[in-house]
Ligand binder design. Sequence first.
Ligand code: ATP
Ligand code: MG
Length: 419
Amino acid sequence: MHDVLPEDSPHWQYLEARVRDVLARYGYAEVRMPVVEFTELFKRSIGEVTDIVEKEMYTFEDRNGDSLTLRPEGTAGCVRMAMEHGLLHNQTQRLWYQGPMFRHERPQKGRYRQFQQIGVETFGLAGPDIDAELILLSARLWRELGIEGLELQLNSLGTPEERLAYREQLVAYFSAHQDRLDEDSRRRLHSNPLRILDTKNPAMAELVAAAPTLSDYLGEASRAHFEQLCAILRAAEVDYVVNPRLVRGLDYYSLTVFEWVTDQLGAQGTVCAGGRYDGLVAQLGGRATPAVGFAMGVERLLAVMEAQGGLPPHTRADAYLVLMGEQARQAGLVLAERLRDALPGLRLLTHCGGGGFKAQFKRADRSGARVALVLGEDELAQGRISIKPLREERPQETIAIDDLATHLAGYMDIRETAQ
Ligand code: ATP
Ligand code: MG
């Protein structure tokens, strides 16, 4: 689990702001769910025979003896919320959320026990058009965040009936190669054989690659859904590859599944993953409701942006107010307030704690500010203030304090509020 430090938080804020903006432009509404739910919710939705439920959940008993779990993902809680508040009756919903998720995994680069997801879910929309919109939306996010080189992998998981027929073939195939299955896979052979395809064990890659593929078992409607999705993506010039092994780690998916993958983060290459889960609402006791969504891992996205040099440079201040002497110290804080009133776009750091010129300028420099504003006893007596550029070859100037806001607005190219 991580702390986000002062030098990193601007990157988080930058990413969050861009995502928030793009989602608003597609008409998605933000929702905020609790970080704990009844354990039962995750067992019933994610599935008992999954990595998450079998070994990754932070589960505890509260004081009433109820079993609660720190959410390992957001979809289950979002569906619970939508059902509980009647958001699914005769309505369509386009929702998103962000927040920490918790999984007791083996920590490594790109894999943490508390990590941040941004999730997008839609309800009441059954067609391939909304699947495509979600993918186009995610593609826009990468463009606007300056992320390059992600590969879009697509697959169709068909309907539960189609998967059942496929499942039999898969069990037959893996049963014939029992000796090559690892322990997890042997256990899943009968409980959840599709999950074997999702194995991260390189020793099983060859075996999995030669397994029967689900696409051969899809019916006409499933094929048409997938074909229409692909056609929209081609028309929008979004490249994709069909990956017949893509099954996703959770049980509740049907038809479309997709992942955005990078080769720049080693083994933890999936930065965004999602798909259709038409069966989940009914599985949780609601009226059957088509649904499709995706979730992205914020730490992994930031890591890709860092690897690609796409994190914007950041400074904490535009101007640093240097205050020499007791009177200036007092007057300075008042002046700073006036400046903030007049220039809402200005990031102004006021020196606190006294000290000499040298020490104050050192801090001014560290803040990244473009200019130091210097107010000493002499300046104060004359109603003037000095502006000393810290980053540019430009002469120092001394101007009337009353002109400072207008002067800075011009200098920094920021807007002044009408006074
Ligand atoms: P993986 O195959 O990498 O384990 P997953 O299939 O378990 O991923 P999802 O449940 O689909 O992941 O979560 C969506 C996204 O959240 C992932 O694509 C990834 O970017 C991110 N994510 C999942 N687990 C972690 C984790 N432990 N640490 C950091 N990010 C994670
Ligand atoms: Mg996982």
